[in-house]
Ligand binder design. Structure first.
Ligand SMILES: [Zn+2]
Length: 232
């Protein structure tokens, strides 16, 4: 009997001890596995470290892209777009201002050099002397002017008075054309000639478009290439 009690006590104590041990185990193994995970991860760190070691080059590349490239681009765009306020464009298409002239026969001579410093900044529309010159768009006759280079010229403002159309080397004006008169797209304003600084053997209309300054002075503005704006 005493033997049995001793045995049972032993079992109980043993079980209690085992239980206590098991209770401790989880926490031990818990931290143990945690540590194991850390240490298990530690072998990994070399690769991770290698990745980190590889990443630094990447960050040094990325800042190059984000900090150098991106700020530079807007700045570069600003420099192209904003200084001197690049001209906007008149709304709608401009009529080819020489009567019956197909668009296909007009060449873009806007960027042709004139001397060493200047560019043409206009179109020369070749046509026989006396061909009708018509308004490229609705607007108002701002100035009828005779100049040495342009000869007989018409300056027309568009209705918003934001743009001016310039017709030069005219042989003569349309009958009754007056400064301040409203004219419609396609309306006769004059005839092709060789007045001003123009080759008598190559009659043409010199046609220019420019964006007026806020002062709206007929002789002053920022040139716009009319070529892409033309339609028949
Ligand atoms: Zn010209």
């Amino acid at each position: 009997m005493r033997w049995l009690l001793t045995f049972l006590l032993g079992v109980v104590v043993g079980a209690a001890g085992l239980f206590a041990w098991l209770r401790q185990m989880p926490s031990d193994t818990g931290t143990g596995t945690a540590v194991a995970q850390h240490t298990g991860a530690l072998p990994a760190p070399p690769p991770i470290h290698n990745l980190d070691g590889q990443l630094p080059p990447a960050p040094t590349v990325l800042p190059d892209l984000t900090e150098l490239d991106l700020p530079l681009r807007p700045a570069a765009l600003d420099q192209v777009a904003s200084p001197a306020a690049a001209p906007s464009l008149p709304a709608g298409k401009l009529l080819v201002p020489v009567d019956g002239m197909p668009l296909a026969q007009i060449h873009d001579t806007y960027d042709q050099p004139r001397g060493t410093e200047r560019h043409h900044e206009a179109l020369d529309i070749m046509a026989p002397k006396g061909t009708k010159v018509i308004a490229a768009a609705d607007g108002k006759v701002a100035k009828l002017f005779t100049s040495k280079p342009g000869g007989l010229t018409v300056y027309q403002f568009d209705p918003s008075e934001k743009y001016a159309y310039y017709y030069a080397h005219l042989d003569r004006y349309a009958d009754g054309l007056k400064e301040g008169a409203d004219i419609k797209r396609g309306e006769l304003i004059g005839y092709v000639g060789v007045t001003g600084n123009s080759d008598p053997n190559a009659p043409h209309l010199h046609f220019a478009v420019f964006e007026l300054t806020p002062e709206k002075q007929w002789w002053k503005g920022t040139p716009v290439n009319p070529y892409p704006l033309l339609a028949n």
